[in-house]
Design a protein around this ligand. Sequence first.
Ligand code: DMJ
Length: 634
Amino acid sequence: QNLAGCAKMRLPSASRQAIPLSRLALVTVLCISLLSLILSIAPLHSQHPGGRLHFPGQISDRHGLGPIEPDPHLLSDRAAIFAGAEADHRLALATARLRRRLMSAAAEAGALRVNAQTSQAAFSRLLAAARYPAVFRSAALSPPGPDTGADLNNATVRSMRRRVRAMLRSAWRAYWRYARGANELRPIGGAPAGPGAGDADLLGGAARLGASAIDSLDSLWMAGLTEEFSAAAEWTLNELSFDQDATVSVFEMNIRFLGGLLSAYFLTGDRRFVAKATGLASRLLPAFATPSGLPRSLVNLRTGAAADHPWAPFGCSVLAEAGSLQLEFSLLSELTGDRVYADAARRARHAIGMAPRPYGGLYPNFVHSGRPDKLAVQEASLGSLGDSFYEYLLKEWLRTNGTDTESCRLFLDAARAIEHGGLLRRSTGSGKFLYLAPLKDGRPVDNRMEHLACFAGGLFALAANATPSCAAGGRQLDSERTRRRWLSIGVELTRTCREAYRRSAVGLGPEAFEFDNNVEAVAIRPEDKTHMLRPETVESYFHLWRITGDQRYRDWAWETVEALERYSRIVSTGGFAILSDVYSARPPVGDLQPSYFLAETLKYLYLIFSDRDYFSSAQWVFNTEGHPLPVRQT
Ligand code: DMJ
């Protein structure tokens, strides 16, 4: 039994993989110790058949009456009693010795395991350093980064850049002064935005998770706002705790927090950001415990209790949410050496891949986490519910420098479906605008494009400009014809979104805009007339400016800067507020400064007036919240 037990002894798997020789040595020592103990105990056992103290035959059989009690007056019985007691004593000593050895072997195995984990972490750090050499070089740049370069060669551009930096500083200071540690700011009231405001319900309601602080880290760093960056970083590292009884959106925590923390790590080289990201990611993992691995939308950070959005079809997760995890989760696995995150995101992508695709290869906006192979809804969109799923297919392929060929293949199929499945439409009025409208039950729901879908101009331009190629089903991404077509789709969609800005009274675009014979790129419904400080249009200006170098994107971006300053800035607090009607010359303001305004809108504007090599697209991929993540070099 003991020998069998010894053979069964196993070190933890990490030790097995990392230091097989040490494991072998440890197991051998244990086996030899146990064997010698067994041999020393063996004679005692022969005197104790059945495991109980039993005396030699002459005692039990003395009168031929079967076993009887030993007689302590008989000399032979006394000797046997003493011998039995002595044997018990030796057995007790041997057992105690055995227990001590086992305990010290267990402690040794524990120490080996810790060592193995430490060397595994050191190894993954080395691997990451090898994979991201360019990043570590650029991290050596101290902010504000290059203030020179071909694209910054005139004083006007430099002053525009300074103006955007001042806006970022102002928005940040207002948040820091009035809502420090809260998720978002009420720029009019000068207070934290509570439950019910903006995205608060996706960020834990009243929980103090500091979404705006995390979302601002890299923007502040990139704009050279060193003092502000240090305050945000110190708060993040020393005061922020994810151990909160808060139900949050897995997607929002991923794109804003994981993205922001990982990006901060690459800018500073400070491993504590990775530790913070790991702590958060492990709190999101319970959401992935579904039959298909498709994460549920919401999770409680403390208890791990997961749920679907109350407004989603029963048992379903949202395509854009479950499908926008790959960039951050894979990178986290690379940095920590723990595959659990990459595997979780990949399983989610595979589950989405099982969904029936209704419109020539488009994906349904909702997927059932128990039965992903059943079609949950006949709905597809490049705006809300669908958007960043398509974005991540392209970007994970770019981030992995062409290594994730599955991502490339999926993107190629999806891009063809976007082009030909009915989402992409042309207006019938005189403008002949190209736009994207959601599909429901096989038809466009209405001829209405959401602001959220305005990122697609930049996406198509990025795809056209992609350098790594992947062969998928015989088609090459780098076919010149495909590139030209994608670039022109990107240019046209961006023109459409800019038109929606231009046709408003304030030069800022509405939340959604419609097209028919008489109306083009204008919001009709009251709820569509708001301007939410969203980034998607300037995000497309950013990509197109970088790719084409066409001055008009800088001009359009500057119009946006001026409009934001004029209509959105709240003088009393310095914050920026959403507008509730962009067709009014004196638009009413709404009391919210969303965190993505600092993470994306202002960052893209700042980069448009920076040199194109600053955070160049060859070295960085921006996640869907605008956080730059490095392109893997090997
Ligand atoms: C951001 O949080 C992200 O860009 C997301 O992908 C969608 N929308 C908001 C901003 O509009």
